[in-house]
Design a protein around this ligand. Structure first.
Ligand SMILES: *Cc1c(COP(=O)(O)O)cnc(C)c1O
Length: 392
């Protein structure tokens, strides 16, 4: 099928909830993609931070195929090897104590919020269920995680939302203290706000929040759906902030393209959720877990060092363009936000796409770059050459 035929089917038969780019992707290799018309693109999106191993990764595809030919799904009524092996790797890599597996970021965050409320209920009883989140955050699209998201425009239409969320300004302890109270059970935040505009939190602030949480016995909930799984140059971004969360979520990059997510709990929170409290039919699916094992095995210290280096290389390359359209560059590792001025972020994204470079937008004025973690220097150089052509 060509682009127009696919688009016609979409418009007639699919609910129109996305502002899609006018491109139908056909296939890829590494960090390079081709559309149905044969046009080539360098990919700085990895399917919104998902395809960490790029496209058509042999080891990843083989692991999924091999597992599919053994058992593709059996539910959590039975043990299977892939998720158990994966759990050990995740727990050891994060310094946490146990993991729960689900399918998406929003589902992971829902589970984390449930855990926080039950922790507090078990210890203190009712009336201590409020979660403080940050303005400009993004935590998902379910009724609860929309309300957890600290942006007013996500709090429309779908009333009544889940109660028990209050918002504080990022990097501002006074703002956090102003919404504190006896009804609080947790603080939830992203180390780098992703959809909100690639805004990293300050290390001092994150450490001060962690200290306050410890004092008040509030749980420190870290949403690493976007920043986790090597994206910032360490397995989890929190590892660069000198803190240890009570619960941390992951999703996007974990299985390199299959739907997968979950949360890790520390020793204190490991036994809060018990049989019958929480579950997910697809959680820990053997094929997704087999794919995630390939991702985890790829994320060696040397590989993540390279992620950090490639991130610096890309940032330096963008800075060297001295583009009049760039107002600033933020981020960590291969999670980079470029402030856009002189045109809208969407106009810039469209111009880059026309020249063969795929990028994302975030916040009001940010171009967001989340290339596959396996992107090569040559692919980065091709992307930079396109940026130079469009932005210099
Ligand atoms: C993408 C994202 C989510 C939502 O994940 P889904 O898989 O789309 O449900 C939640 N939190 C953060 C930080 C995200 O980037």
């Amino acid at each position: 099928m060509n682009f127009e035929q696919i688009k016609a089917l979409d418009e007639q038969y699919v609910l129109q909830t996305y502002g899609r780019n006018p491109v139908a992707i056909d296939h890829g290799k590494g960090a390079t993609l081709w559309d149905t018309e044969g046009k080539q693109y360098i990919d700085f999106t990895s399917g919104i931070g998902v395809c960490s191993l790029g496209y058509a990764n042999e080891a990843w595809a083989k692991a999924i195929y091999d597992q599919a030919m053994k058992v593709g799904h059996i539910s959590n009524l039975f043990y299977t090897e892939p998720y158990a092996v994966l759990a050990e790797k995740l727990v050891k890599g994060s310094g946490m104590a146990g993991v729960f597996f689900g399918n998406s970021g929003a589902e992971a965050n829902e589970g984390m919020i449930k855990l926080a409320r039950k922790y507090s209920y078990d210890k203190y009883g009712e009336g201590r269920a409020t979660v403080i989140t940050l303005r400009n955050s993004f935590h998902g699209r379910t009724i609860t995680t929309l309300k957890a998201t600290g942006q007013d425009h996500f709090h429309e239409f779908f009333f009544p939302f889940t109660e028990g969320f209050r918002y504080a300004d990022a990097n501002n302890m006074e703002s956090l203290l102003a919404v504190a109270g006896d009804d609080v059970c947790a603080v939830m935040m992203e180390p780098i706000q992703g959809e909100g505009g690639v805004n990293p939190l300050n290390k001092d602030y994150v450490q001060a929040v962690a200290k306050l949480c410890a004092e008040k016995d509030w749980l420190l909930l870290i949403d690493e759906v976007q920043t986790g799984m090597g994206r910032t140059g360490t397995l989890f971004a929190f590892q660069q902030f000198g803190i240890q969360p009570d619960v941390v979520t992951f999703a996007k990059g974990i299985a390199g393209g299959l739907p997968f997510g979950g949360f890790l709990a520390n020793e204190k929170c490991k036994n809060v959720l018990t049989a019958g409290n929480h579950g997910s039919t697809f959680g820990g699916n053997p094929m997704a877990a087999a794919a995630a094992n390939v991702v985890m095995d790829t994320l060696t210290p040397a590989f993540m060092q390279e992620v950090a280096e490639k991130g610096r290389y890309l940032r330096d390359g963008i800075a060297a363009l001295e583009s009049p359209y760039v107002s600033g560059i933020r981020g960590m590792g291969l999670m980079i936000g470029v402030g856009v001025q002189g045109m809208t972020h969407k106009e810039l994204k469209d111009k880059l796409m026309a020249e063969g470079l795929l990028t994302l937008t975030a916040g009001k004025d940010t171009l967001r770059l989340l290339p596959p973690l396996v992107i090569t220097k040559e692919e980065i150089d091709k992307g930079l050459a396109i940026m130079k052509k469009v932005m210099a």
